[in-house]
Design a protein around this ligand. Structure first.
Ligand SMILES: [Zn+2]
Length: 304
């Protein structure tokens, strides 16, 4: 008889499996991402609301023969149903769980990511999603996965970006996704994406602000739009094989968030938001991360 494992878990994805079962992917507190079969869950009330998207439960499961586990029991701790009262919050939570689904690995513990997701789901029960909340989730997620971009100095010559008075050409840096940050104007490569330093400053602030205060942040639109596009590059860089995949509800979410902003009226009317927000269709040539490069393998992650 296989031993039961217990853990706290948030539903990232659920789909019907065979006739009566469901296949459910969870992010767990101590065992990373797991996918389990919930037997007889479609027509019976055995699992209640514990298999609904975003639900957080104490689950117990048995190891299966392959990667799949057998879900034995689930006790609901929080259904996060309040998130469903607002479209922008459903979209934000949908985007957050999809990021966690794509950027974590099966059976690789990432407790800090679990805690981050749980805190943001709580936040979305209390507050309406904003551009700033979403950016702060993205950058904190990169940080907790051990992939935080270097925001305060050049990744080539280590010249600090801030602290001295800057000439206009120095107020831009260029994106260097593969090196994990940005290049100063001396090290800049031609044709790389230019990012205003203001965007880096706002990203630093989003990273440093405590989760429960992120709803009070208000950043100017233009540098935040640049930050949004830049963060997509970093997120996608760490999830190889995505191709042109769009994160779940991401496009809809950005549209909702911009519509809520007075300062975005003109931009929305121009219809040019796709490329600014990092729509994968607009990426052109995207550097491909090696499938198991020595610097990006699981062992190089921050020790949690
Ligand atoms: Zn440099």
């Amino acid at each position: 008889m296989a031993q039961l494992t217990e853990d706290m878990a948030i539903v990232l994805r659920a789909s019907p499996f065979k006739e009566r079962d469901k296949l459910v992917t969870f992010l767990t507190e101590n065992h990373g991402r797991i996918t389990g079969v919930a037997r007889n869950s479609i027509h019976s009330k055995r699992f209640g609301g514990t298999l609904d998207l975003f639900a957080c439960s104490k689950i117990s499961y048995k190891e299966g023969s392959g990667e799949l586990v057998w879900l034995d029991e689930a006790n609901l701790r929080r259904d996060f149903l309040k998130i469903r009262e607002k479209l922008e919050n459903i979209s934000a939570a949908g985007y957050f769980v999809d990021l966690c689904l794509r950027l974590t690995e099966e059976n690789h513990p990432v407790r800090e990511v679990f805690m981050l997701l749980a805190h943001y789901l709580y936040l979305l029960e209390e507050h309406t999603a904003t551009f700033e909340i979403v950016r702060s989730f993205e950058i904190k997620l990169l940080e907790r996965l051990g992939w935080a971009p270097v925001l305060d100095e050049c990744v080539s010559c280590t010249a600090p970006f801030f602290g001295e008075e800057l000439s206009p050409e120095e107020s831009f840096v260029t994106l260097a996704t593969e090196q994990g940050g940005f290049l100063c104007h001396n090290c800049a490569t031609p044709n790389a994406r230019h990012i205003p330093l203001a965007s880096l400053l706002w990203m630093i602030q989003a990273r440093e602000t405590m989760i429960q205060h992120t709803h009070t942040l208000h950043f100017p639109l233009d540098p935040m739009m640049e930050a949004a596009g830049t963060l997509q590059y970093f997120l996608r860089w760490h999830a190889p094989g995505l191709g042109k995949y769009r994160f779940r509800s991401h496009g809809m979410l950005e549209q909702f968030l911009l519509e809520a902003r007075e300062d975005a009226r003109e931009l929305l009317a121009s219809g040019a938001i796709g490329s600014m927000l990092g729509d994968p269709e607009s990426f052109g040539e995207m550097p491909e991360m090696p499938p198991s490069g020595p610097d990006h393998g699981p062992d190089m992650r921050a020790p949690f």
